[in-house]
Design a protein around this ligand. Sequence first.
Ligand SMILES: [Zn+2]
Length: 90
Amino acid sequence: MGLSGVRNVVSSSPWIGDWALPFALVVILAIWVPPWYVKRRLKRFVHHNRFQVCPYCAYVLAGLPEQHNCPECGHSYDLEEIRQLWVSFL
Ligand SMILES: [Zn+2]
């Protein structure tokens, strides 16, 4: 059975036929769009705060010492390390 045979089986099936492609596209978009959207929002947020954002809880660390503990979650941080981490992640 060649490609046309597969196509015949797919299009003659009442369950997949016309639905297969749009359904597959919706599934792909549903899986792909939320992480993409979250990452885009996060990127804008982090850039807006000049990378001074706690990687553990997203607390804005602007105006705090270079090396300190995050006031929100208590993790110790180094602003330069955080900056490099965001740059490599985003
Ligand atoms: Zn934190």
